[in-house]
Design a protein around this ligand. Sequence first.
Ligand SMILES: NC(=O)c1ccc[n+]([C@@H]2O[C@H](COP(=O)([O-])OP(=O)(O)OC[C@H]3O[C@@H](n4cnc5c(N)ncnc54)[C@H](OP(=O)(O)O)[C@@H]3O)[C@@H](O)[C@H]2O)c1
Length: 264
Amino acid sequence: MKNDFWDPSKEHCAVITGASSGIGAEFARLLGAKGCFLILSGRNEEALEKLRKEIGKDNCVIIPADLSNPKSCIDLYARSRKYSPDILINNAGFGLYGEFTETSLSKELEMIDVNVKAVHILFKLFLKDFTKNNRGYILNVASTAGLLPGPLMSTYYSTKSYVIRQTQAVFEELRRRKSPVHVSVLCPGPVSTEFNTRAGIEGFMKGITPKYCAAYTLSKMKQNKLMIIPTAKMQLAMAAVKIAPVCLACAVSYTLQSGKKRID
Ligand SMILES: NC(=O)c1ccc[n+]([C@@H]2O[C@H](COP(=O)([O-])OP(=O)(O)OC[C@H]3O[C@@H](n4cnc5c(N)ncnc54)[C@H](OP(=O)(O)O)[C@@H]3O)[C@@H](O)[C@H]2O)c1
């Protein structure tokens, strides 16, 4: 059955995690401009409130939450339910740069909590509702990082790999039962946001704008694409990764990562 990700005759409500900056904030602006009711989440309440004012106070609510705590994920889900959301943009996440023996264990566990556990919890809880209602769309935000091993950012790459595999598998389950609910996974290459600064690096590759990333993604969601990779350059690079031996992908990945400058 075809999914109606965006049906102008229906009211839509989207939950967006990581809406306080970067790609998540752009999803909020674009969906808000379409008349979608928004539930914006993140830890930075001030940034969320500012965005809410910009979009229009009547069209959104904010639910500040630290998603590294599973209880906060469940609470976000429970508080969102009363608005009957039909779109989830599962976007919150962060990275960390450095050799595995040197990076902070507690920061990595927090990363696994946000990038894997929170995405998993929200994916599952909202999908259950969406499948019951026979309506809805979930976008899990991964990265091209999830498509290959990532020396010098090994934990981040691994978390994103989890998100890709989980989404692909669930996509197939929904397809087999002809569910009208659709799931996609977004795999961008570099995007110019606060991501690098938070990960403790200065990138060397110019990223696409978060606005372009979000707009491109929404256009592909309309086409029910499973994996969304913005830009032809990245699509080509990932096609090459698919056929390259793992040791070559690893070596290239190391070379690219080692070109980044650490910010202390
Ligand atoms: N930028 C890139 O190059 C790139 C490339 C591929 C994939 N991605 C992915 O895109 C997603 C968005 O990142 P971005 O580039 O837009 O970076 P960003 O500007 O740093 O945004 C990250 C968002 O995640 C939220 N977040 C982080 N930790 C959180 C926590 N413990 N609880 C709740 N929210 C938390 C942040 O909100 P608060 O600080 O308010 O909590 C922020 O809104 C991430 O999943 C990232 O991995 C980014």
